[in-house]
Ligand binder design. Structure first.
Ligand SMILES: Cc1ncc(COP(=O)(O)O)c(C=O)c1O
Length: 460
C-alpha cells in the first residue's frame, strides 16, 4: 500500500514537472541560435522521427531526403543496427577519457586502417569534420617539422566553421577570417566549367591547376609549405574536380615533399562510390592523411577522425602530441562507427551508391538536354551530383550571382518541399546527395518532380 502511494506521488510529481516544462518551453525560434542563417529568418518545422530515406515533422508531414540532411546521413535515418549498437554500448560503458583504453575505440581504429590500407598508421578521433581538419593541419606541421608551414587550400572550398578551418575554407561565408594569419596559401579551384586557367578542356584545366599549385609551392619555397588540404571528389561548394586532378595533385605534392591531406568528410563512406573517394585512383591517389566525419557514424552521433599513414605516425611517435579534446574517441560514438561500417558492408551500400549514382547522373544529363537552364551536371561517381543553373548556355552566366539564390531556386525548393521532397540548393546549384539506402523508385520519383519543377519555373 505504502509503495503504491509512493509510486503515485512520483507519478503525479512527474506530471507536474512535465506540465511545468511544456508551459515553460520557449519556442526553438526564440531560444536557439541556428547555424549559417539569419536568425530572424529561421522558421522550420520540428522533426520528430525518420526511417530510411524519409523523415517527418510533428504535423505528420513526411519528407523524402534528397541531401542526407547535411550530406551526412548516408545510412538513412534511424538505422536500427546503429541504434542497437549505441544502446548496447550505452548500457556497458558511455565514457572514458583517452588516458584509458576503450575497446570500441581500438576496434574502430583497426577497421579504418584496414579499410584505407594505411597499414602501420594511426587514427586520431575528433568530434566532427572541422576539428578533424584542424588536427590534420596540426599533425602535418608537427610531422613535417615545419612548425609554421603553410597549408595550401583552394578557393570555393569548405573545411569547417572553427576559426582555423574557416581560414582554410575558400568559402563566401568565411571571408571575414584572415587566412594569411593562419598560414593558409589559397589557390584557384579546378573548376572545369569555368576554368580559371583559360581552357574549356576538363583534363587540361586539371593539369594546369596542378601545375599552378606546383608553381605556388616553388614560389613560397617547399620548405615553407607543410601540406595541401583538398577534397578528392565531392565539392562542398559545387566544384567536382576532373578525374585526373587528384592523382596529378598527389604526384605534384609528393615530388615537392609536401604532405597531402584528403578531406573525406563529405566524400567518404560511399558518397562518391568508394569507401574513400581517393581510392578510385588506387595507390596513385593515396594521400598521407585523410579526415573523416559525417558518414563515419551516418550522423547518428557526432564523430570525426584523422587517419594518418605510417610514415606520418612514425614522425609523431616520440614527441608530445600537443592536443586533446575531452570527448576524443568517445566509446559511444566509436561503437556507432563500428556499426555503421558493418552496415555499409552488410548492405552493399558502397556498390549501391555507385549503381544508383550512375542512374541518377544519367537522368540529370537527360534533364540537361531538355532544360536550357541546366548549364552543367557534375559528379555521379556515387550518389552525389551537382546541377549548375545558368541564364544562358553560351555565356554560362549563372542564374544568380554566387552565392545568392534566384527567386525561382527558392520556389523550386519550397514547391518540392510542399510535395514532400527535401532538396538542398545553394546559389545557382542543386546538390543531390540522398541516403545510400534510398529506394530506386523514391529516387526516380524525386527526379521526376525535379524535372517538372525545372520546366515550370521562370529562370529569366
Ligand atoms: C568537406 C567538408 N569538410 C569539413 C566539414 C566540417 O565538418 P563539421 O561540420 O562536422 O565540423 C564539412 C561539413 O560540411 C565538409 O563538407
Amino acid at each position: 500500500m505504502t509503495d503504491r502511494i509512493a509510486a503515485s506521488v512520483i507519478e503525479i510529481g512527474d506530471q507536474i514537472k512535465a506540465v511545468g516544462m511544456s508551459a515553460m518551453m520557449i519556442p526553438e525560434k526564440r531560444s536557439v541560435l541556428h547555424s549559417w542563417c539569419v536568425q530572424a529568418e529561421w522558421d522550420a518545422p520540428q522533426i520528430v522521427g525518420g526511417k530510411g530515406a524519409e523523415f517527418w515533422d510533428d504535423a505528420g508531414r513526411v519528407y523524402l531526403d534528397m541531401s542526407s540532411l547535411a550530406e551526412c546521413m548516408n545510412l538513412g535515418h534511424q538505422h536500427p543496427r546503429v541504434i542497437r549498437a549505441i544502446q548496447e554500448q550505452a548500457a556497458r560503458l558511455c565514457f572514458v577519457t583517452s588516458s584509458w583504453g576503450a575497446e570500441p575505440r581500438a576496434a574502430l581504429a583497426s577497421r579504418l586502417l584496414e579499410l584505407s590500407g594505411f597499414t602501420g598508421g594511426r587514427v586520431f578521433f575528433t568530434l566532427g569534420g572541422s576539428d578533424a581538419n584542424e588536427h590534420a593541419v596540426k599533425f602535418a606541421r608537427q610531422a613535417s617539422g615545419k612548425r609554421h608551414g603553410k597549408i595550401g587550400t583552394r578557393d570555393r572550398s569548405y573545411h569547417g566553421a572553427s576559426y582555423a578551418t574557416m581560414a582554410l575554407s575558400g568559402d563566401s561565408r568565411t571571408q571575414d577570417v584572415d587566412a594569411t594569419a593562419f598560414g593558409v596559401m589559397r589557390v584557384p579551384p579546378p573548376y572545369a566549367y569555368r576554368c580559371p586557367h583559360g581552357t574549356d578542356d576538363a583534363q587540361a584545366c586539371a593539369a594546369r591547376n596542378v601545375a599552378h599549385i606546383g608553381a605556388e609551392i616553388r614560389r613560397v619555397g617547399a620548405e615553407n609549405v607543410a601540406a595541401v588540404l583538398m577534397e578528392p571528389n565531392a565539392g562542398t561548394n559545387g566544384i567536382v574536380a576532373p578525374e585526373n586532378h587528384w592523382p596529378l595533385l598527389r604526384a605534384e605534392t609528393a615530388a615537392a615533399g609536401i604532405l597531402l591531406i584528403a578531406d573525406e568528410v563529405m566524400s567518404g563512406f560511399g558518397r562518391c562510390g568508394e569507401w574513400f573517394a581517393w581510392q578510385r585512383h588506387g595507390q596513385s591517389g593515396r594521400p598521407d592523411m585523410m579526415t573523416l566525419a559525417k558518414g563515419l557514424t551516418g550522423a547518428h552521433v557526432p564523430l570525426g577522425a584523422v587517419v594518418v599513414a605510417q610514415h606520418v605516425a612514425e614522425r609523431l611517435e616520440h614527441s608530445m602530441l600537443l592536443t586533446g579534446l575531452t570527448y576524443c574517441g568517445h566509446p559511444l560514438a566509436c561503437a556507432a562507427g563500428i556499426a555503421a561500417r558493418e552496415t555499409y558492408a552488410a548492405e552493399g551500400l558502397i556498390e549501391r551508391s555507385r549503381t544508383l549514382g550512375r542512374g541518377m547522373f544519367e537522368r540529370l544529363r537527360a534533364m540537361q538536354r531538355k532544360h536550357a537552364v541546366i548549364g552543367d551536371v557534375r559528379g555521379g561517381d556515387g550518389l552525389f551530383a551537382i546541377v549548375e543553373l545558368v541564364k544562358d548556355r553560351n555565356s554560362r552566366e549563372p542564374v544568380s550571382s554566387w552565392p545568392a539564390l534566384h527567386p525561382s531556386m527558392r520556389a523550386f525548393a519550397a514547391r518540392a518541399l510542399a510535395q514532400g521532397v527535401s532538396f538542398a540548393v545553394r546559389g545557382n546549384l542543386i546538390i543531390l546527395a540522398p541516403p545510400l539506402v534510398i529506394g530506386e523508385k523514391e529516387l526516380h520519383g524525386a527526379l521526376d518532380l525535379m524535372n517538372t519543377l525545372l520546366g515550370e519555373l521562370d529562370w529569366s
